[in-house]
Design a protein around this ligand. Structure first.
Ligand code: CMC
Length: 393
């Protein structure tokens, strides 16, 4: 049994080589293809980051226009998928709908499941980036019992998504550009994060040669877990439970108590042992959204800011290097944008799709790629003889 090294949670094993995303947890650095996340979020847009993650370079204007055109071309889903959707129970969780529907894309688009052809690989990639907002918005509409809204290809990626979610028949809906910019920034911040659990799941599923739609569905299933994609929902629930600043000391004391399993949700990160760079941008975006909507005095924001202040100065959090992570402010922001908490992980999946695809493509295109096959340290019985049933005790 001693031939393999045990590494639970893969804290010290690199599962692959990758040129896509770099994280320096001690410095609080996140780079997509070498570019700092702060610069991409400040100056770029989501589709530009998608191009960068997929192709390795920022696009020229002509390349960007062509890419936007190609993504836009694929935003519709086959009309038969609407009937497929209607098979879900009306109270189905949108993540259940996402897992099922994205997996089913391979049955609707089997012309792009041949992974040996680079052109078809790109078609499948574009299809997923383009259709994910449509499917996510349909999951939302189904959830709230409203009719589906078709994509509007004259709108940018984030505006089109907000339109599909919030436009209702017989009412004039105009996308607020400040909110659309915030949505776009949230997508950029979530686009990739190297070999996290869901990305590793996509790579492992893809290593067997499974089609890309099935691999992304596997990633969505993994993301659904509360330790991964579900943390922003937990952070928002915690802020609501705290409710007012005078109750913060009580919760901080609980978080520090070794005998209490309670943790401050939205604090701490496996990799970032300095400030999570995404959290800083998320905090700014949160303020912008609340100011635009006139919600600056949102009591949850007040609790969040005070809690952050306390935690950043309290020796327990300082010594353990527990800083706010991206999920700390994203819950408040998404709620202000109008999304129910059940949609939070769906939005994460939508944004992370490009990262999953870029990582899947990188793996498929690596000539040294082999099927993922982890080994184990066996701790069960040594060989023993079969017992007839009437001799067993
Ligand atoms: N509140 C209070 N204490 C904490 C917290 C917290 N949020 N996080 C870690 N600690 C303590 C923990 O009790 C432990 O103390 P000790 O050394 O005395 O036993 C120490 O800090 C190290 O914790 P750990 O669990 O070994 O650290 P980890 O790297 O395994 O876990 C984490 C990282 C994110 C799971 C954890 O910090 C946590 O549970 N945070 C709250 C949940 C959360 O916000 N998750 C979102 C992560 S960001 C999502 C993403 O990037 O996709």
């Amino acid at each position: 049994t001693g031939r393999f090294t045990l590494d639970p949670g893969f804290t010290s094993t690199a599962s692959c080589e990758s040129k896509i995303t770099y994280i320096d947890g001690d410095q609080g650095t996140l780079l997509y293809r070498g570019y700092p996340i702060e610069q991409l979020a400040e100056h770029g847009d989501f589709l530009e980051s998608c191009y960068l993650l997929l192709y390795g370079e920022l696009p020229t204007r002509a390349e960007k226009d062509d890419f936007v055109h190609r993504v836009t071309y694929h935003t519709m889903i086959h009309d038969q998928m609407s009937s497929f959707f209607k098979g879900y129970r009306r109270d189905a969780h949108p993540m259940a709908v996402m897992t099922g529907t994205v997996g089913a894309l391979s049955s609707f688009y089997h012309d792009s499941t041949d992974i040996s052809d680079p052109h078809l690989r790109m078609v499948a990639s574009l299809r997923m980036i383009a259709k994910m907002p449509t499917i996510a918005a349909m999951a939302y509409k189904y959830h709230v019992g409203q009719p589906f809204v078709y994509p509007r290809n004259d709108l940018d990626y984030a505006s089109n998504f907000l339109h599909m979610c919030f436009a209702v028949p017989c009412e004039d809906y105009k996308v607020n550009p400040v909110l659309a910019r915030a949505m776009d920034r949230i997508f950029i911040l979530h686009a990739d994060h190297e070999q996290n659990a869901s990305t590793s799941t996509v790579r492992l599923a893809g290593s067997s040669g499974a089609n890309p739609f099935a691999c992304i569905a596997a990633g969505i299933a993994c993301l659904w877990g509360p330790s991964h994609g579900g943390a922003n929902e937990a952070a928002l629930n915690m802020l609501s439970e705290i409710g007012s600043v005078d109750r913060i000391p009580e919760y901080v004391a609980r978080a520090k108590d070794k005998n209490d399993p309670f943790r401050l949700m939205g604090f701490g990160h496996r990799v970032y042992k300095n400030y999570d760079p995404r959290a800083r941008i998320m905090q700014k975006t949160c303020h912008e959204v609340l100011a635009e909507l006139g919600h600056q005095d949102d009591p949850l924001l007040e609790v969040a800011m005070e809690l952050e202040k306390v935690a950043l100065t309290d020796p327990y959090f300082v010594d353990k290097k527990l800083y706010p992570n991206i999920d700390f402010y994203s819950g408040i922001t998404l709620r202000a944008l109008g999304f129910p908490t059940t949609m939070f992980t769906v939005l994460f999946a939508l944004a992370r799709t490009v990262g999953w695809i870029a990582q899947w493509k990188e793996m498929i295109e690596d000539p040294s790629q082999r099927i993922g096959r982890p080994r184990q340290l066996y701790t069960g019985y040594a060989e023993r003889d079969y017992q007839p049933i009437d001799q067993r005790r």
